[in-house]
Each structure stands twice: as structure tokens, then as C-alpha cells.
Design a protein around this ligand. Sequence first.
Ligand SMILES: *Cc1c(COP(=O)(O)O)cnc(C)c1O
Length: 398
Amino acid sequence: MTSNNDMQHVTRTTMLPYGQQWLDDDDITAVIKVLKGDFITQGPAILDFENKVATYVGAKYSVAFTNGTAALHAACFAAGIGQGDEVITTPITFLASSNCVLYQDATPIFVDIDPNTYNIDPAKIEEHINSDTKAIIAVDFTGQPVEIDRISQIAKQHNLVLIQDAAHSLGADYADRKIGAWADMTMFSFHPVKHVTTGEGGVIVTDNEHYYRKLIQFRSHGMTKDPDELLKDEGPWYYEMQSLGYNYRMTDMQAALGASQMNKLDSFVHRRREIVEKYNEAFADLPGLILPYQHPNAHSSWHLYVTRWLPEYFDATRKDIFEDLRDLNIGVHVHYIPVYLQPYYQELGYAKGLCPIAEQYYSTAITLPMFPKMTDQDIDDVINAVKSVYSHRIKKEI
Ligand SMILES: *Cc1c(COP(=O)(O)O)cnc(C)c1O
């Protein structure tokens, strides 16, 4: 068969997205129940959802926010990050992981990634620590946990606050302990492409009561009515604003949806792992195509399946290959452009070449569609499309 015939072999009539939510009748019933009840915000569904997340990951406290970005902002506030502080993070992440540092007038410091896991390289963290360093924001890219044991050790040694951006890794574990039970504060996102959704939503979990109280205040204007926190008491109406907070509150409709979705988290993760096994098997013997490496201590919950196409093997650029796949209605994506290469960060003075491994990674990466609601036919469509583009574009040996 010629490569042209290969290309025509794969025909999808609709674009397969790279990620998508999975809602069922239970979810819809849970939201309607809230809509028919007394509270649509600041009601009991919030605490119920928060407790569900805390219990699942094995953390003491849990605070829900309007979205994961607001949750990260709150974590930076609670950690006491402010002007003059430096915060270490990775460039291969979504913008929010470092924007939250800028919100607090502090400086993100980008440390290069490990070439295998694509997560921050623990061996490179210490050389960036100085007397201004306040915290580390470690990101579990694709759902594979960072080497959180090593990073915790470094944070302890240097008295840094460790925040884990676990937007990708709800349901993952490291050394048999759930993500959410490791860092000082851990953030989960509930955007529709993430493991479970509330539409928009975020949660911080922590074991630390001081952080917990700060997070609660920050979510609601820096305001408190808690008798343990009030500086004085003028009467039953009395409330006090003790810091500059925001309105970052989640609604009860969202929380009810989140609580209902949490019931399905394990089955969602199971399905993602099944898809990964199918991809891994199908693409095992394709030289030049790099599949996701897994650290032996990490047990990913698989938010993303990232492939890398090494340029020396192909008669085509990454862009060509990406466009071939899109032409076949496979909704591939690229995660991520190194954050500091964004024009806004360039204007702040971050130079190209800062993290060479991250830049090299970025130039070859293509994310394949993966979400639990994918049918077996969808999976086969992806596999056939990748194989067909691969055989069309691979350098032919003569
Ligand atoms: C999704 C995501 C966020 C932000 O979460 P939102 O809920 O969309 O605000 C932060 N970090 C990473 C790595 C993400 O993927």
C-alpha cells in the first residue's frame, strides 16, 4: 500500500477533541437538587465537596475556589509570598502556575525539566535557591507526579513552602501515597478537560491550620466572622477585614456537580490508564516517536498523552505532522509553550535559551486526544491516524 492510500484510510467526519468532560444523569440530578433548594452559593454543598476531595486524597483541610488559578493565587497569598520573593517553578506548564507568583508581585524562577519525565528536574533546583527564595511550585505535568519526596526534602532543608500544582494529577500517587497528601498545599483544577469537573473550579488541600484559615479569608474579601480570629467584637453583626482578599467563591451548583463527579474519579482514571496501554502497545515499535516515560515511583492519573517526534527521523516538521493529524480530524494539541517565551514574560526580561531542555522538548511535542468518554472506535481512529501519518512522513531508507 502506498502512503497516499494510508492517509485516505482514516476518515473521521468530526474532530475528536483532546479532552472533554463526562457528565451523566446523577451529575445532572445533583445540580438540579441544589437549584431547587435554599442555597445556590455559600451553602452546604461546598463543604460536602471540599470534604470529599480532602478525604479522597488524605488531607485534613480543603478549600474550594472559583477556578484552579484563583486557588493557586490563594496558596501564594497563604504562603506569604510577596514583593522581593522568588518562587521556583517549571516552564513546561500552563500559564497559571507562574502567573500566580506575579499576582503577588513576586518573581517566578524557571528551572529546566528532566528530559525523560518532562517535570522539573530536582537535581537543578538547589542551584537556584538563594536568600530571596520563598517557595517551590511543583507541577505534575501530564498527571505524572513530580519526584515529590526529593523536592519535599529540598523544601524542608531550605525552609521553603512547597505548593504542588496537581491540576493534572488528581487520583495519581507517588510511592503509594496520594497526591494531595505530600506538599504544604496542593491545588486541583476542575476545568472540563481535567479528571473531574465543576465547569470552572479549583481546590487547595492542606494539613496546616494556619494556611487553611488564610485560604478561607482570601476566598472572601479577606473577611472573617470567626470569634477565634476577630481582634474585637462589637456585636452579633460584626465582621472584620484583616487582609486584602477577593471574591473567589465557588457556587453550590458547581460544588454539587463536583461531589457527584468525585464518585466516578477512580473509574475515569482507570479508563485513562486503559487508553494509555492501548496507545503504548500500538506505538511501541515506531523509531523516532517517543512515548511517555514513567518514573518508577510515580503512578500517573494521565491527564495528557504526549508524544515526541524527533526531527531527524522525519521528512517533515512537527508543524506538518500536527497539521496532518488535524486534517484527519484528530484534535491534537501542544502542551506547553515554555511559559517564559510568552511575550509578556519576554518583556519582563526572561531570555530565550533559559531552559534548553524545555525548549527542545517543546519543539517536538504533540499531545494526542485522551479522555475517559472516548469510545474504542475513537481510540482506533487515533491509532490509525498516527500510524498513517508516521508512515507517510518517516524518512524512507533507500
Ligand atoms: C488547568 C491548569 C491550571 C489552572 O486551572 P483553572 O481551573 O483552569 O484555572 C493550573 N495549572 C495547570 C498545570 C493546569 O493544567
